[in-house]
Design a protein around this ligand. Structure first.
Ligand SMILES: Cc1cc2nc3c(=O)[nH]c(=O)nc-3n(C[C@H](O)[C@H](O)[C@H](O)COP(=O)(O)OP(=O)(O)OC[C@H]3O[C@@H](n4cnc5c(N)ncnc54)[C@H](O)[C@@H]3O)c2cc1C
Length: 558
């Protein structure tokens, strides 16, 4: 045995599992196919948003939340429908649901203090992601729950990275970057280690696709192997192969929201060692993807986190029906758009709205929060256009501006000649909507939703829900159109695990010696989210499942 445990993947889930193991006195070999520059994986790039329930930050914003309400939202969002097999045995959703309940309890309980013990604190305004499908018991957050950590994703990774580095210095953790696992070793039914390829050194900066030149081979043995290798979002072949028919055809023109190393290879490798994958057809991709004007990884796209006011049109020029407003129902909107026959869609708004209501997901798109430049953060509500949004307005291939609708639609048609729009049709819909804003009441569901958002102190203070006005008001101009495409991101299904992170075989029995956590395990159980997510639950899912798997593996190797 080279160590008590071998951890495959040095993203956030792998770092957390390694910390738990090493803190408990276990020796660990931590492997990753990427270079040291990529330590922390996707979480480093993430906005770092974390789902918390009934937090002091929420209470200070006047939000009344509870475990019961959050669990109601989670269940309505998950829509678990595979709880039992036809023969009555536990189905693919059995453990996912258990993980879901445990996670919501953690988010309403220990999670915040556990994070604060590690030095993670939060921006005081809580974000309201996935505002839902318009029903009380269905999809969506009834209240704002998206807590943004100071430092964004980099701030969440930092304490775990530091702890692992301390353990490396103390000799308890052996870290081997550029070590790609190709096989799990199994003898007499027990997983006893890993085999793989040593990849050639690569000095590419973080996130840039690295070489796959093989320079040698390796094998490491351990009493426990913990797989924390991430999802499939960087592998469009796999995304397409698993794409569910219920969402229509997989997009032919898909952008990529994750680095290339999110390749999903370890799923088949773990299956070959006896682990079961469940709920492969569940994924969480965004419809508000724009091509990054300054790309890092292949096909690099950024997701627009839009406030509630932009008008959203499908590729034929029809306004999306309720409840498919920006930031309300990610998968419902994807489903709707995939059935229109045109893959892209459009936001149409004006510069004032784009400047105030658009945020961009990712640590590098929010440098004020990432670098803890508190003064700049305070200036957000009084800044006409956020610098990162201005950069996209200046350089982004999907971003168009014009003074009149006629001019704007002409530019849109130049960008997408295969789906030409009728300017009169677009203008009529905007004018109809603009006539709804003069009264305190309305029959336009989106205008009503903007008023509800303005009722939330956080949205009002930050101007994330900008005061209602006519989109065609020239004082708020110029007009802005943004072409949106599907951006591949998260994997909701994955390795089937029990509540301690033990990987289960197709019969539901643990594979001895094998654990999994993070996105590769559907963030726990092979599907903690079910069909949909409430957001801020992925980084948190890595923390929770990495902790559970690390603790269980530490106990098993004592
Ligand atoms: C831009 C962006 C914004 C996001 N924003 C949020 C947010 O605000 N809130 C939220 O909750 N989530 C967010 N997420 C999602 C979240 O960051 C990820 O789901 C999470 O970090 C996944 O972590 P992981 O440890 O499971 O996997 P990863 O971070 O993907 O790490 C897996 C590691 O395993 C390695 N690996 C894979 N296969 C092998 C192999 N065969 N051998 C050796 N190593 C291997 C990879 O190289 C990688 O380093 C965001 C993601 C991105 C990209």
């Amino acid at each position: 045995m080279d160590a008590d445990a071998v951890v495959v993947g040095a993203g956030l889930a792998g770092l957390v599992a390694t910390c738990e193991l090493a803190d408990a006195g276990r020796s660990v070999v931590l492997l990753d196919q990427e270079s040291e520059a990529n330590l922390g994986g996707q979480a480093w790039w993430s906005f770092g948003g974390l789902f918390l329930v009934d937090s002091p930050e929420q209470r200070r914003m006047g939000i009344s939340d509870s475990l019961e309400l959050a669990w109601q939202d989670w269940q309505g969002t998950a829509g678990w429908d595979r709880l039992t097999n036809p023969d009555g045995s536990p189905g693919p959703d059995h453990w996912g649901q258990q993980w879901g309940r445990a996670y919501v309890e953690w988010a309403a309980g220990e999670k915040r203090s556990w994070l604060r013990e590690r030095g993670i604190s939060f921006f005081p305004v809580v974000g309201w992601a996935e505002r839902g499908d318009g029903t009380s018991g269905g999809h969506g957050n009834s209240v704002p729950r998206f807590h943004i950590p100071w430092g964004t994703g980099t701030g969440v990774v930092a304490p775990f990275e530091q702890r692992v580095r301390d353990h490396i210095a103390a000799g308890r953790v052996i870290y081997r970057p550029r070590h790609r696992v190709d096989q799990l070793v199994r003898s007499s039914g027990v997983v006893t280690g890993v085999r793989g390829s040593v990849l050639a050194p690569d000095s590419s900066p973080r996130g840039v696709a690295s070489n796959r030149d093989v320079e040698g081979e390796f094998e490491y043995g351990g009493q426990a192997v913990v797989v924390t290798s991430g999802g499939i979002g960087g592998n469009h072949d796999l995304v397409r192969a698993n794409w569910p028919q219920r969402l229509g055809e997989a997009p032919t023109d898909m952008l990529t929201g994750v680095p290339a190393y999110v390749d999903g290879r370890m799923l088949a490798i773990t299956e070959a060692a006896g682990g079961a994958v469940v709920n492969r057809d569940r994924m969480w991709h965004y419809v508000e993807g724009v091509r990054n004007w300054d790309p890092v990884w292949p096909g690099h796209a950024i997701r627009i986190l839009a406030g509630p006011s932009a008008m959203w049109f499908d590729g034929r020029g029809d306004r999306l029906p309720a409840p498919y407003f920006p930031g309300f129902d990610t998968l419902g909107t994807l489903d709707h758009l995939q059935h229109t026959g045109v893959e892209h869609s459009w936001f149409i708004l004006n510069r004032a709205l784009a400047g105030k209501e658009f945020a961009l997901s990712g640590s590098e798109q929010n440098l004020d929060l990432t670098q803890r430049r508190y003064r700049d953060v305070l200036k957000r509500p009084i800044t006409a256009v956020q610098p990162s949004v201005q950069a996209f307005l200046d350089h982004g291939e999907d971003w168009l501006t014009a003074d009149t609708i006629g001019e704007l639609v002409a530019k849109m048609n130049e960008l997408t000649p295969h789906a030409p729009l009728d300017p009169a049709h677009i203008e009529r819909q905007i004018v109809e909507r603009d006539r709804q804003v003069d009264n305190a009441y309305t029959k336009d569901a989106q205008v009503a939703a903007i008023r509800v958002a303005r009722g939330y102190r956080g949205d009002k203070l930050t101007k994330r829900a900008f005061p209602l006005h006519r989109i065609l008001d020239p004082k708020r101009g110029p007009l802005v159109a943004v072409r949106l495409r599907v951006l591949s991101r998260k994997t909701l299904g994955g390795l089937h695990t029990d509540l301690t992170g033990r990987v289960l075989d197709p019969l539901g029995e643990p594979v001895p010696g094998l654990y999994a956590a993070g996105e590769v395990s559907g963030f726990g159980g092979g599907g903690v989210h079910g069909y949909r997510a409430l957001e801020g639950t992925f980084v948190g899912g890595c923390l929770f499942s990495g902790r559970a798997a690390g603790r269980a593996a530490a106990a098993a190797t004592a």
